[in-house]
Design a protein. Structure first.
Lengths: 114, 113
């Protein structure tokens, strides 16, 4: 099955850029997602990228996908204290019978230092 | 408002006392799933359901039961809870077609003493 890996912790200073990395194993993955979990809350979809794209930008967020290396990254520009959260990479792959199974990484805890 | 609702948010119980965590979604989603979240282990899938009366084991199903009698509800049942089931539990749903992200509930923090 799919295996999704990401580092567990990242610490950055307020105003700097944050880059959270993720690697996956299944080359047939179709959509790749980033979810954000704030303290005491569930996971919220932050952004996603389709597997035929290399890059997607959405305001302060930039997603980069390297299909050859099966590497996904999330860049947050001008990181703010409100960006402190756990960020999960999730990879969607066709699991047969018209359905898709989502596999999550373990999550990267981003700490923003004021 | 489209949402996944879990109850209760917090639950403290004792070993062996049966409990049920409810989950309901109002988006007419076919797919529903339960996860547990533990420090350093991320999200692990317990059970999932592709549609009414169709349920399948996830990665960590031992000690849990589920049922899907109606499309909107997917309760998680712990027949005889044990301390190693102390965790943060999330219910999620989606339409499970391509590019249909999961919608998550706000979680249930369970403590078994």
């Amino acid at each position: 099955g799919e295996d999704v890996e990401q580092s567990l912790f990242l610490s950055v200073r307020e105003g700097d850029s944050s880059v959270i990395n993720c690697t996956y194993t299944d080359s047939s993955s179709t959509y790749l997602y980033w979810y954000k979990q704030e303290p005491g809350a569930g996971l919220q979809l932050l952004t996603y990228i389709f597997s035929n794209m290399d890059m997607k930008q959405d305001q302060r967020l930039t997603v980069l996908l390297n299909k050859k290396d099966k590497h996904l990254s999330l860049r947050i520009a001008d990181t703010q204290t409100g960006d402190s959260a756990i960020y999960f990479c999730a990879v969607d792959a066709y699991s047969g019978a018209g359905s898709y199974q989502l596999t999550f990484g373990k999550g990267t805890k981003l700490s923003v230092i004021p | 408002e489209a949402q996944v609702t879990q109850n209760p948010r917090y639950l403290i119980t004792v070993t062996g006392k049966k409990l049920t965590v409810t989950c309901s979604q109002n988006m007419n989603h076919e797919y529903m799933s339960w996860y547990r979240q533990d420090p350093g282990l991320g999200l692990r899938q317990i059970y999932y359901s592709m549609n009414v009366e169709v349920t399948d084991k996830g990665d960590v199903p031992e000690g849990y039961k589920v049922s899907r009698k109606e499309k909107r509800n997917f309760p998680l049942i712990l027949e005889s809870p044990s301390p190693n089931q102390t965790s943060l539990y999330f219910c999620a749903s989606s339409s499970r077609t391509v590019n249909s992200p999961l919608h998550f509930g706000n979680g249930t923090r369970l403590t078994v003493t």
